[in-house]
Design a protein around this ligand. Sequence first.
Ligand SMILES: Cc1cc2nc3c(=O)[nH]c(=O)nc-3n(C[C@H](O)[C@H](O)[C@H](O)COP(=O)(O)OP(=O)(O)OC[C@H]3O[C@@H](n4cnc5c(N)ncnc54)[C@H](O)[C@@H]3O)c2cc1C
Length: 389
Amino acid sequence: MSKQPVMLIGAGIGGLTCALALQRAGIAVKVYEQAPELGEVGAGLTLSPNGSKALMGLGLESELAELADPPSYQAVHHYQTGQVLVRRERGDLTTRQYGAPYYQIHRADLHDMLGDAVRANDPDCIVLGHEFQRFAQDANGVTAWFANGNSASGRVLVGCDGVKSPVRSQMHEQEAPNFTGYVAWRGLAPAAKVPAEAVDPPSGTYIGPGHLFVRYLIRGGETVNYVAFVERDDWQVESWSQRSTVKEVLDEFSEFHGLVRAIIGATPPELCYKWGLFSRRPLESWSLGRVALLGDAAHPTLPFMGMGAVMAIEDGVVLARCMADSGSVSEAFKRYEAARVERTTLVMLESGEIIHRFFAPDTERFAERNNRNEESLGLFRYDAWQVPV
Ligand SMILES: Cc1cc2nc3c(=O)[nH]c(=O)nc-3n(C[C@H](O)[C@H](O)[C@H](O)COP(=O)(O)OP(=O)(O)OC[C@H]3O[C@@H](n4cnc5c(N)ncnc54)[C@H](O)[C@@H]3O)c2cc1C
């Protein structure tokens, strides 16, 4: 294939993973990011073994071991009594079972790790302050235009530009996102300010009718990351960065166990955010000529299984492998879609379904209906480096 660079739009977790995988395959790449500086929101992320394995294959094993936390076990608790409804062993057992650890990590730490690795290979790879506006393509390549008046050309363009992807909007008819009826809060609380029992186990979920509270430790146990979900029918904005108040979360979770409320109560006001969850239909095709999609741009995934970023990471590795092994762009994209669309569509659909099992009124019977989850579906077994492409 030609030596012109692959152009990636968006330096999020998916775009940076893909950039690093392309660099490792010896393929020229440029990443165009709208933000003036590289950065991520203040929140945690779970990396299931399939995600850790993809990152370890990029040479990030020691960085992950240093910056990410492997929980020894996870539990699902009854929202009022705190009774353990389901317990899942993690730690060494999970590593042995799947060949890579289950991790919890601060998004900014993962993002920095990826950005540093990309820049170590090529200090000019990431071009900041470039808000993509539109593309045009012909048989020889693609040109992208940016809001600052610049343009750039490459052999292909990949939209890694997130859930509101402008690249996807140009490829597909405008589709209005649907409000799902779910609202979420995210917060970070200092672990030192909550009772020790509130973070034991290091990863815990509290479920109740129409309510879900997920919390886990990051940054060596210093910080408690949480996400709290409720059903609500009055929402307009699709944004992760809308400020909330601790009181609002406490009011929503007034019937929850004291240990949950202790965590919410310990949130510094500036670290409490809320947002509405919107869904989009799965796409059957992610490419158009020399343009393709990756990550949330291709398959926006509700966060109830904690799999969206991990799917973007897998996409990045698989796309780079397809680009490296194919004689033409059309062949590379065909192989990429054949390897990825079915799996990510399953994750999108299952992520939308699992919340009904968490939110059901008979909380105490949760274990009986916990037969379809990310682990039982076999999602952890995937190896982005070995899957046939
Ligand atoms: C609260 C919450 C918790 C989550 N928890 C987990 C979890 O535990 N585990 C997990 O695997 N997933 C989780 N997810 C999902 C995960 O965060 C996303 O799936 C993931 O961030 C997608 O990565 P991405 O690179 O595709 O998109 P993004 O991270 O959204 O990155 C897109 C990038 O594109 C840039 N961009 C956008 N428009 C333009 C433009 N016009 N020009 C140039 N650049 C542009 C953006 O600035 C951004 O840098 C969670 C999501 C939420 C909301």
